[in-house]
Write a protein that binds this ligand. Structure first.
Ligand SMILES: Nc1nc2c(ncn2[C@@H]2O[C@H](COP(=O)(O)OP(=O)(O)OP(=O)(O)O)[C@@H](O)[C@H]2O)c(=O)[nH]1
Ligand SMILES: [Mg+2]
Length: 283
């Protein structure tokens, strides 16, 4: 399938520059990966920029991901000696716990610096990750107020912004960063499924076909149930999207299935969790 995506919009190079320029100012990196695609939301370029820095990896939007697979990822992180945690930014109990852990870590850092340099320093952490993963939401939740702009589309944060979340902790909000090249077509598709790439630059119908191929392989049941399909065995994505449109009565005036509407609805249902908790990759 030839789904073309203009992969690297102009503001990405700015995002990269911001990360590059500020990396030396921070004591800690808080990296968000989408819990539904923990593999494809790793940015190799970013790995390069941030090596040598202490890091926490947060599996974000874990409320939308399959809890069993999330645990597999966390176990995998442990074998890799990566400090990993699954988070749901919309849950205040979880956010309070996370804040406590960050404060504890920052206190440790502060102590080490005090011993070495004799000063009590503000601890700075940079929050990074792919577009729309929830970086600004996380910062707002930790700060307890809406200091950073958030919206449910990629590319909302364009510049950098420091936000104080505790009397000696500051977080840097950064714009989402994608890979520089469409090296891995599958990863690119998954990033588009979860809404990390602007829908405006993608053929949504093609994207929905690809999504159905993946989802019918892993989690067919929620799709069958939600759109009341029968006998999907052996059907390809495009046939299923047609069946969905017909079953839901999404028909154009000429009597043909309204594939655009079907595609948009299907992807929205997935992104908002209406198809249940789904993870598209295992460690
Ligand atoms: N279900 C769910 N939604 C979340 C969570 N965290 C953030 N969101 C939603 O994800 C959307 C994007 O959040 P942002 O905080 O703007 O994402 P961002 O990473 O700052 O995005 P850019 O600035 O565009 O790179 C918003 O609609 C949030 O409400 C979460 O843990 N669970
Ligand atoms: Mg943002």
């Amino acid at each position: 399938m030839a789904l073309r995506i203009h992969w690297y919009p102009g503001h990405m190079s700015k995002a990269k520059r911001i990360i590059k320029e500020n990396i030396r100012l921070v004591d800690l990196i808080i990296e968000l990966r989408d819990a539904r695609i923990p593999g494809s939301s790793i940015n190799p370029e970013f790995e390069q920029l941030c090596r040598n820095k202490e890091r926490i990896v947060l599996l974000a939007k874990s409320d939308l991901a399959d809890p069993t697979v999330t645990q597999e990822w966390l176990d995998f992180f442990e074998t890799q000696k990566i400090r990993g945690l699954a988070i749901n930014c919309l849950d205040s109990t979880e956010m309070n716990q996370l804040k406590k852990s960050i404060i504890k870590l920052a206190e440790q850092k502060q102590r080490i610096i005090k011993e070495r340099k004799g000063i009590r320093k503000t601890i700075r952490a940079m929050v990074v990750g792919i577009p729309n993963v929830g970086k600004s939401t996380l910062i707002n939740r930790l700060a307890g107020s809406a200091k950073a702009r958030t919206e449910d589309r990629p590319g909302v944060t364009r510049g950098k912004q420091w936000v104080r979340v505790h009397h000696f902790i500051e977080l840097l909000d950064t714009p989402g960063l994608l890979w520089p090249k469409a090296e891995d077509h599958n990863a690119m598709l998954k990033l588009a499924f979860v809404g990390s790439i602007r829908d405006e630059i993608i053929d949504l119908v093609e994207l929905a076909y690809a999504f159905l191929d993946v989802i019918m392989d892993r989690y067919p049941q929620p799709v069958v149930m939600r759109y009341k399909l029968d006998n999907t065995g052996g059907l390809r994505g495009y046939e299923i999207l047609e069946a969905i449109c017909i079953n839901q009565g999404w028909i154009r005036s000429g009597g043909t299935p309204d594939l655009e509407r079907g595609a948009r609805q299907l992807l929205n249902d997935f992104r908002s969790g209406k198809l249940g908790r789904i993870t598209l990759e295992t460690p």
